[in-house]
Write a protein that binds this ligand. Structure first.
Ligand SMILES: [Zn+2]
Length: 83
């Protein structure tokens, strides 16, 4: 009798594992669109993940940069372009 219960428990655990594999509850980890959202750094022309990018509003437009250095360099260029 104990063997049957142990077998039933094993089958249940196995089925739960299979189900979590095919239908993951954590949608964020499995959604490549969220991870793959890339933005272009206009200064060095590298693509950076939007979450990790540094956002600067220059002349009313959002610009995304890979680093503070690039953000400063580009805003200086933008300022120079005004004069
Ligand atoms: Zn950059």
């Amino acid at each position: 009798m104990i063997r049957i219960i142990a077998f039933a428990v094993l089958v249940t655990v196995f089925l739960l594992l299979i189900r979590s594999f095919f239908f993951p509850s954590n949608q964020k980890k499995r959604n490549p669109a969220v991870i793959a959202e890339m933005v272009k750094d206009p200064n060095c022309e590298t693509y950076v993940p939007k979450d990790a990018a540094i956002v600067k509003v220059i002349r009313g437009t959002n610009h995304y940069f890979c680093s503070e250095t690039c953000a400063e360099a580009f805003s200086k260029k933008a300022d120079a372009g005004l004069h």
